[in-house]
Design a protein. Sequence first.
Length: 264
Amino acid sequence: MIRQKLIDKNIGRNTSFRWRSEEISRIEGLSDAVFGFAITLLVVSLEVPKTFNELVSAMSGFGAFAISFALLFLVWYNQHKFFRRYGLQDTITIILTAVLLFVVLFYVYPLKFLFTFLVSRFTGGHGEVRLPNGNIESMLDNDGQMGSLMLIFGVGYLAIFLVFVLLHIHAYRKREQLELNTLETFDTISSIQEAGLNCLIAIVSISLVWFGGARMAGLAGLAYMLTGVIMAIHGFINGARRKKIEERFVSQVSQPIGAAELPG
């Protein structure tokens, strides 16, 4: 399993954040099955192309598949990191994980549909697809449908990161039970902030379409382009704060040892 390989190679392990679980739980096993099924649904075609034209048509969906796969893998990896860091398997964690898996499965087709359309437009196409009967048809009939599509995507995006906000808030509330040290507590708060910022971006995108109508669909899509900038700013600010906390933390941990080595 991929999780076990990541665990064995310590991939994603932060030296300042202890792992509290190195065993794959049953809920993680279920998650792997669900994510695997979701990726299967993203496959360009379940049938082997019979002609070269069918092959070309199937390969045209590679870009949308790659983007959708990358987004699903990112969600899976964040979930994997959460379980390694906190090792929680209580009722709240299971319920929130179940909600996450539900959203992932429900939004697989909208996710693929959106990026198939966008890739087609960016590669010089007109957002058209070839139906099984050979007919070529536009994916969207009007601009209103594009607005609805962005709303659907935004709600799914918001739901996924809201689950991560709640998961990390749950871990933060259990910080004493989990024995989180100063740095681990700071990193947990940072994870809440990162997921929260993604939620905020989704809310901005949804609001643009909700209040501005379908004509704001393009701007609503561009709102997600802010993710990289916002995360970079957040990382820069929190990186400076974390460095100061880390220096104080290391000093506090090493002080008793140093004191013990001093002559009477």
